[in-house]
Design a protein around this ligand. Structure first.
Ligand code: ATP
Ligand code: MG
Length: 255
């Protein structure tokens, strides 16, 4: 086993670099232990850094956002590990496509994702990467979701206009409503139980389906959830609901 052992916030931190929990383009996440608690430790890849991610995650404290434990600097060539709560149940993406969740379970999962995003937005943070690979199950019961991966997140600055370079959201400027667009896509993906989706064309597909199907006949959805998905995918970002309004659509499945 290749590992790192360090004293961290007066606790003993061990990172097992032979036990990889997952990997994306910008980071690899290892299994670790902080005293007796199992944790996850993320190291940056491909020129990325976990220091800004760590700063933003530290600002959040919510049951549906992965908990920050600290930032470890190992002393080797600017090597940092972002230490966080371990999510034991895999990603939402891993569990789509197998008909594992009932309508009500999906509704409750989406409600938690909305609550987590509402909290992130209340901290003035744009997540920028809401997708099924970044939504993790806290444990093997898979009833509790955590929003993870703040690698692309940034603070929202009201008077700073930046050209949006997001690969999926086409908004002129990236705002909280752009996160809501991504929330709309993952909501549709979850309800349709699709493991693989082309997110670039998904919004168009949903809106075409909407034109053919009247709102009074929303299929597997409630009229309110279907209407909220459609609104969240509106190309005019100001017409989209906030994360908190989106949340309300799931509160009452009968509405
Ligand atoms: N706290 C955690 N507990 C368990 N597994 C995790 C945790 N955080 C991340 N992972 C796993 O590691 C994978 C990669 O982590 P993360 O999404 O943070 O990296 P990334 O490289 O920034 O991803 P992306 O390519 O989406 O930008 C996740 O998809 C997940 O499988
Ligand atoms: Mg990721």
């Amino acid at each position: 086993m290749r590992g790192i052992v360090a004293v961290f916030a007066n606790m003993s931190l061990a990172i097992d670099e032979s036990s990889i929990l997952g990997q994306g383009f910008y980071g690899r996440v290892y299994h670790g232990a902080l005293d007796s608690e199992c944790v996850a430790a993320k190291k940056a890849l491909n020129g990325a850094s976990v220091t800004e991610e760590s700063r933003l995650l530290e600002l959040c404290d919510h049951r549906n956002v992965v908990k920050y434990r600290g930032l470890l600097e190992t002393g080797h060539h600017n090597e940092y590990f972002l230490v966080m709560e371990l999510a034991q149940g895999g990603t939402l993406k891993d569990h789509l496509g197998a008909n594992l969740f009932s309508f009500n379970e999906k509704r409750l999962l989406l409600q938690q994702i909305c609550s987590g995003l509402e909290h992130i937005h209340s901290r003035n943070i744009l997540h920028r990467d809401i997708k099924a690979e970044n939504l993790l199950f806290r444990d093997l019961h898979r009833r509790h979701v955590l929003i993870a991966d703040f690698g692309g997140a940034e603070m929202y600055q009201e008077n700073v206009r930046k050209i949006n370079t997001h690969d999926v959201v086409q908004d002129h400027e990236y705002t909280f409503k752009s996160d809501v667009f991504l929330l709309g896509l993952v909501t549709y993906q979850t309800f349709e139980d699709l493991q693989h989706v082309d997110r670039l064309t998904l919004a168009g597909r949903v809106l075409r389906r909407h034109r053919k199907t009247p709102i009074a006949d929303p299929g597997i959805y409630t009229a309110r959830i279907w209407r909220t998905i459609i609104q969240s995918l509106d190309w005019r970002s100001e017409r989209r609901p906030t994360a908190s309004e989106f949340n309300e659509a799931f509160a009452d499945a009968a509405a």
